[in-house]
Design a binder for this molecule. Sequence first.
Ligand code: BGC
Length: 349
Amino acid sequence: MTSRTVLVLVSCLLSVITGWVVARGGGARQTARERPLIGLSMDTLKEERWQVDRDLFIERAAALGADVVVQSANSDDTRQLTDVQSLITQGVDALVIIPHNGAAMARAVELAHQAGIPVLSYDRLITGADLDLYITFDNEAVGEQQAQFLADRIKAGSKLKLVRIYGSKTDNNAVLFKRGQDRVLEPLIAQGKVEVLFEDWAADWKPENAKKIMNAAITRAGQGIDAVLASNDGTAGGAIQALIEEGLAGKVMVTGQDADLAACQRIVRGTQTMTIYKPIAELANRAADAAVKLARGRPLIARDGINNGSAEVPTILLDITAVTRENLRETVVADGFRAEADVYGAESP
Ligand code: BGC
């Protein structure tokens, strides 16, 4: 019996006993290097959050004795595929992909697997491919908490007039955020407690596209907007810019996600109402741990599994927290994710 056969048998046994899904590990190719080399293919580095992800991931991998080569595709699918091909040519032992387009990157997984390289989908799911591992936050819960925050603030006897700004259509997460939001909003819409005045998808999650959506919403609805359900802090920032220009900032509730520094500052100032804090350090650390294990050909255990249209992908889901002005200090600041002085600036006690 080969060691690979033993691994598969142990995996099956564990799955039966625990119900957990067991990731395959190193594939056909075993690293000959002392220090494993991990390829990190990123959609973009233009948003604040992804720079944090990159830095924390590299730091953890280095602490585990691994090196990381990073490529960023600038929201371009063709470029991201070329990036992955270049990482494969450089002989990486494991690939970590943050896809711009979850469906388009199925091809990248295929190419990596042909070269015997395991692939971890980071934060965003690659669909239609037999992935080795997916690690992310509970994305539907993100959408639910954003919508619930607004639902809890509907005044008795009145209807909440809402603008909805979704993320990038090519990002599976954007679909999941919307699904979570819908779960909360649909019954309220049916009961006449919420009315959606305007809704659209912000291409590539770009703040300037969110601003255009908000401008169009204001043109259509005038001043009668109570809240903007923006799917992340970048799009919230774009929407708030439009609100500022109309003298409406601070008068309209705005949601977000990521606890970006700029968003935390807006929450303090009162132009943004909430964000979702996702502990990126946990994501980056767990992903680096997993990537190094995959690179070394070691097995991994994931508690959850998500069907991505092609396979039941072993999945690690991390928790999130809703953040307002009331709990900013006890969450984002206490966790060391943001420095008090940065968030509060001159208002810092
Ligand atoms: C991430 C969000 C991020 C968005 C835009 C999503 O896939 O989960 O945290 O704000 O992409 O980059």
